[in-house]
Design a protein. Structure first.
Ligand SMILES: Cc1cc2nc3c(=O)[nH]c(=O)nc-3n(C[C@H](O)[C@H](O)[C@H](O)COP(=O)(O)OP(=O)(O)OC[C@H]3O[C@@H](n4cnc5c(N)ncnc54)[C@H](O)[C@@H]3O)c2cc1C
Ligand SMILES: *[C@@H]1O[C@H](CO)[C@@H](O)[C@H](O)[C@H]1NC(C)=O
Ligand SMILES: *[C@@H]1O[C@H](CO)[C@@H](O)[C@H](O)[C@H]1NC(C)=O
Length: 589
């Protein structure tokens, strides 16, 4: 998720905070390390449940990790690696069943080895991306690509195929830079119930382990191949969207780190012109992205309350008016970029890779008793959002963009919530040899929008966002980001990967009893069950695609209807004729 803030920027832009409360732990146990729950950093999975586990362990060494896996395997119990904060939206962090065991990588956070001559770094899997980037920079080296948010762990970001934006070289997915790893898997009793498997470049199993959804075992250490330190020159240019469809096809070729953000209601595209420059180029720029800074708790709560009022009782015009502010404030603040770490004096911003590639100061500041926090901290009733991410093969991306624009043109005001969240972010990812990596060169579309705290509460214009996603997934064969999205996006996901069969074979060899598999991983890998949860209002919650009015909210005038442009879509539409009475009432409110 790139952006987390709707109106709150109005309240807080310009404010600098000394402290920030780091997000809470996703693993909580009532009695020491037993009777535990696990959730994600938002405190809410897409189905609004939290998971249970009988106990948790917190290994500090590889030997302790082996012992933890062996204990689970010997007892035939379900197990799952959990990270410091667990940023994945879907239920990836949950062990199967209700009495499994959680193996936290929280204390597996050391740099193990550094080979400056070979430009290789080996880290434990719980190392936070921020620390990996810093360790590389301290030795004059650079991780060439990464996600934009540096609070993720090495183990978690690899497991979900996380990426930045590039079609150059090996591309933007972090797993492309893995040249070795050590993974602890279950084993027969004769081998002590757990073994460490060491995989090196060229080993076909590495193509399974690099992007594994956590189902092969627990990765202990990862070796990355780095590059010599370099600088980047960044400039954001906003233009109208008349040639947006043509541009999406070529922008990734034109700029090594190029991306694009589309503001559909405003009809504008923010182009990120971002290129590698010689390390001798003057400039010490810094990316401290506004959306990833700590914000005053009070501001977050006030902003959320205002947003809830607008969502529930506001008109399209009021919502669209409010939606104009965040993009202009972000532009005014240069998105959080400065030319020297303090002041923004103009584009381009030139700076070292490690100061530009990712940010996230809300996790780095000292505890301040929740006076301020990351915007998504579940302990406060602040912004609460959905984040969908799906990738479309490059040759089909322009046609998808043209369809998105047609859908927008049918009712531009329906798209204002996307403008308010700073647009749809488009990033480039290259085809990967990883079995669950991107099958083709593609454009990743990242959409963030309002989520209600109330189960089953309809949102204005959710039909348009649902149609957009169904069109991407079905008409354009998009693959969902493993760490984002609501349930329905994963229906049939594994079948879109030509090598998912190879992946399953490695899983059967590494973990034949499925100790590291859960209901969720079996559903998304097409092994058993469906990620859809079909029930009343399931389509409102994104847990299913509706096939019956009861999957929407007929009592409130939301019925299951075909899409407006992509007729095969089935979305919850507010039907004026069918529920006139209720509907008029809702419009008044
Ligand atoms: C603010 C924000 C910004 C983001 N930006 C981006 C972005 O720019 N690009 C992008 O691609 N994604 C982005 N994401 C999504 C992110 O990549 C995924 O959510 C990522 O997987 C989370 O990593 P994590 O360390 O929190 O892992 P978790 O969510 O805790 O874990 C993910 C999976 O990995 C498994 N796992 C973790 N460690 C290990 C291990 N050592 N061995 C085996 N399995 C393991 C877990 O069991 C789980 O199945 C963003 C998310 C947020 C919240
Ligand atoms: C590892 O994590 C622990 C617990 O959060 C922390 O105290 C320690 O400083 C971290 N170590 C490194 C090397 O980052
Ligand atoms: C919406 O308006 C109704 C009626 O005026 C009011 O009771 C309700 O609290 C409002 N909701 C919000 C979120 O402001």
């Amino acid at each position: 998720m790139r952006t987390m803030l709707p109106l709150l920027v109005i309240l807080v832009v310009g404010l600098r905070l000394a402290g920030a409360s780091p997000p809470p732990q996703p693993v909580a146990c009532t009695k020491g390390t037993t009777d535990c729950t696990v959730t994600n950093v938002y405190g809410s999975f897409p189905d609004r449940t939290i998971c249970r586990a009988a106990d948790a362990s917190f290994p500090r060494t590889e030997a302790e990790l082996v012992a933890a896996v062996a204990a689970a395997a010997a007892a035939g119990r379900k197990a799952k690696a959990a990270t410091r904060h667990s940023h994945s939206f879907p239920k990836l962090a949950c062990p199967g069943g209700r009495d499994g065991t959680i193996i936290s990588t929280r204390f597996l956070n050391r740099t193990v080895a550094f080979d400056a001559a070979a430009r290789r770094i080996t880290v434990e899997s719980g190392v936070v991306l921020r620390d990996l980037i810093r360790a590389a920079a301290a030795a004059g080296l650079a991780l060439p690509h990464s996600p934009y948010w540096y609070g993720l762990t090495v183990g978690g970001l690899l497991a979900t195929g996380a990426h930045g934006s590039s079609l150059w070289g090996k591309g933007s997915a972090v797993h492309e830079y893995v040249v070795g790893l050590r993974i602890v898997t279950p084993a027969p009793a004769s081998q002590g119930f757990a073994v460490v498997r060491e995989l090196v470049a060229g080993d076909p199993d590495l193509d399974a382990a690099k992007v594994s959804l956590g189902v092969l075992g627990v990765i202990s250490q990862v070796t990355f191949e780095l590059q010599p330190q370099f600088k980047r020159s960044v400039r954001f240019v906003t233009r109208d969207d008349s040639d947006f469809a043509e541009k999406v096809a070529v922008w990734g070729g034109a700029h090594e780190f190029g991306d694009m953000a589309w503001l559909p209601r405003q009809g504008k595209v923010i182009y990120r012109e971002d290129d590698r420059v010689d390390v001798a180029t003057p400039g010490n720029g810094l990316n401290d992205y506004l959306g990833f800074r700590a914000q005053p708790t009070l501001g977050l709560i006030t902003a959320r309350a205002a947003e809830e009022r607008l969502e529930r009782n506001g008109t399209d015009i009021a919502r669209c008016l409010a939606a104009r502010l965040p993009p202009s404030l972000f532009e005014l603040q240069a998105y959080g970029f400065t030319n020297d770490g303090v002041f923004f004096t103009g584009w381009p911003v030139v700076g070292f890779q490690h100061r530009i590639q990712a940010s996230g100061t809300c996790i780095s500041s000292p505890e301040d008793g929740l006076l301020s926090s990351c915007t998504w901290d579940p302990r406060i009733r602040g912004p609460f959002l959905y984040n969908s991410g799906f990738s479309i093969a490059l040759p089909r991306a322009a046609a998808f963009v043209a369809d998105m624009m047609r859908l927008r043109d049918l009712n531009p005001r329906a798209f204002c919530d996307i403008d308010a969240k700073l647009g749809i972010l488009m990033r480039y990812v290259k085809a990967s040899s990883a079995y669950l990596g991107k099958p083709e060169d593609c454009v990743d579309f990242d959409v963030t929008y309002y989520r209600s705290y109330d189960d089953g509460e309809p949102r204005p214009h959710s039909d348009v966002f649902d149609e957009l996603e169904q069109m991407a997934l079905r008409k354009y064969g998009a693959v969902p980001h493993w760490g984002k999205n609501r349930n329905f996006a994963f229906d049939g996901a594994a079948a879109k990967y030509p090598n998912s069969g190879e992946f399953i074979k490695v899983k059967e060899r590494y973990d034949p009893d499925g100790i590291f598999s859960s209901e969720w991983s079996d559903q998304v890998l097409g092994i058993s069950g469906s990620p859809n949860i079909v029930d009343k209002r399931c389509a409102i919650e994104g847990l299913c695609v509706c096939s019956d009015d009861s999957h929407c909210a007929p009592e409130l005038g939301y019925f299951c209807r075909p899409g407006k442009l992509f007729k095969e879509a089935r979305v919850c539409s507010k039907d004026k004729s069918a529920a006139a009475g209720d509907d008029d009432l809702l419009d008044e409110l």
